[in-house]
Design a protein around this ligand. Structure first.
Ligand code: 2HG
Ligand code: ZN
Length: 470
């Protein structure tokens, strides 16, 4: 449907700050972070309150105009990019960014969806608490985005995925009604758990406008270590050792291979390896609100035992906050370094944790058999069984030729994933990029149920069309 008529109603509602129609100003909202998709939205809506947003949705619904909710626009799967047909507006949540309440007794933060994850972390810290959610893109990614995609990240091992951190939600529905579900209750068994239906739904069932998030007391001690490892099997044994040492304090166990590390060192300024280069690396973090002495020494001792057992080649513990940050940068800059290095095909896969080493052995072999010379970059959240298994073209192949084979390349990886009982998308979601995989992986009863939910919540298919469903 043409956008001209609703646009004047939207202009009257939202005012000049709330509606962008100049193509140059629309451009950053029209393309995804990876430059895989470019849409042609006739406008970007930037409402300043839930009431304004709901009224804007009503205008769009009346006109049959599609809506693509967008937070920090950091999706890896084109999950927030509008269509190229010009029949969908972008609904940017950026002006809904207030902290509504923080309660250090309830250990909750009530915050609007457009606030960045970093802003939410800072608000928690000011109250002596911690929001136990951390992802590489947290400076831009928003609360609404990470909840809508059920983001994982670097602390999932200890605190779960984004959906595990939510007590309540406020959601604008496809017809513009508002579900006021901002409850702050630790226990509430009153029928279906509606918030879980919107979490991870990628904006296809409703638009999350605010959330009540669980906090934890701020940690008082942290031990961040960087280790070199001889093999994937050693990485898995080292993970088990770390868990047995102090599972309650183990917040992160991240894996990196030498190829990804080389790209970080090459493309990201001010990075250096704190140890001699090795085939495999791990970053571990233990954190605790406990104050007793000997926390770091005990981690040191545990690592010494791992070295004696041959699981770890060498390791270094950060001696300062600056060193901890430098170690974390080596891991967190992986996505940016790969983007700077050129085209890649991303596989955000998971397998049962116990099978990660098999995956790290078999997937490169399967890819090499499919395309000799293909370059593997494997890294990620090994403690959760979630590996980012990214692929770069052989030295001699043009990027366009490589990218044109993305489904076949992904299939080579996914054959291994399937055999090991894994998933084709661990934390990045389905978005637009992976919809074609849904029938094969989630078809039958599962996809039927998902489609029934979509029909119940958004019968006219106006919310984030073309995402999740093929
Ligand atoms: C990360 O863990 C992100 O850094 C990005 O999930 C992964 O770039 C990627 O493939
Ligand atoms: Zn990740």
């Amino acid at each position: 449907m043409s956008a001209a008529a609703p646009l004047s109603a939207l202009a009257a509602l939202l005012g000049p700050r709330g509606l962008i129609t100049d193509p140059a100003d629309i451009a950053p909202y029209a393309e995804d972070w990876r430059h895989l998709y470019r849409g042609h939205p006739p406008a970007v809506l930037r409402p300043a309150s839930t009431a304004e947003l709901a009224a804007a949705v009503r205008i769009c619904a009346e006109a049959g105009l599609g809506i693509v909710p967008q937070g920090g626009n950091t999706s890896m799967v084109g999950g927030a990019t509008p269509s190229a047909r010009g029949d969908e507006v972008v609904l940017a949540l950026s002006r809904l960014n207030r902290v509504r309440a923080i309660d250090p007794v309830d250990l909750t933060l009530t915050i609007e969806a457009g606030a960045t994850v970093k802003a939410a972390q800072d608000a928690a810290a000011q109250a002596g608490c911690q929001l136990p959610l951390s992802i590489a893109s947290e400076g831009s990614a928003t609360i609404g985005g990470v909840l809508s995609t059920n983001a994982g990240g670097n602390m999932t091992l200890r605190y779960g995925n984004a959906r595990d951190l939510v007590l309540g939600l406020e959601v604008v529905l496809a017809d513009g009604r508002v579900w006021e579900g901002l409850r702050q209750l630790r226990k509430d068994n009153t029928g279906y758990c509606l918030r879980q239906i919107f979490l991870g739904a990628e904006g296809t069932l409703g638009i999350i406008t605010a959330a009540v998030l669980k906090l934890v007391p701020a940690p008082r001690q942290r031990a961040v270590a960087f280790a070199t490892l001889p093999s994937p099997e050693a990485a898995l044994s080292f993970l088990t050792r770390c868990q047995r040492h102090d599972q309650a304090a183990l917040v992160a166990f991240e894996y990196m291979d030498r190829h990804g590390m080389a790209l970080v060192l090459q493309h990201i300024p001010d990075t250096q390896l704190p140890l001699a280069a090795a085939p495999h690396y791990a970053l571990i973090e233990f954190a605790s609100a406990r104050t007793e002495a000997g926390f770091t020494e005990a981690v040191e001792e545990m690592i010494a035992q791992a070295i004696a057992a041959g699981e770890v080649i060498d390791a270094t513990l950060a001696a300062s906050e600056a060193q901890a940050r430098a170690i974390w940068r080596l891991r967190e800059e992986h996505a940016e370094a790969q983007k700077r290095a050129g085209a890649s095909i991303k596989n955000d896969v998971s397998v049962p944790v116990s099978r990660v080493a098999e995956f790290l052995r078999e997937a490169p072999a399967a890819c090499a058999a499919f395309m000799p010379g293909i370059r593997v970059v494997a890294f990620g959240h090994l403690g959760d069984g979630n590996i980012h298994f990214n692929l770069r073209p052989p030295e001699t192949m043009a990027e366009a030729e490589f990218l044109a084979q993305d489904h076949a390349v992904m299939d080579a990886v996914l054959g291994v994933v399937r055999r090991l009982g894994g998933s084709f998308s661990a934390e990045h979601g389905v978005g637009r990029l992976k919809t074609y995989l849904m029938p094969e992986w989630r078809g039958g009863v599962e996809l039927d149920l998902m489609q029934a939910l979509k029909a119940a919540f958004d019968p006219r298919g106006l919310l984030n069309a073309g995402k999740i469903f093929p």
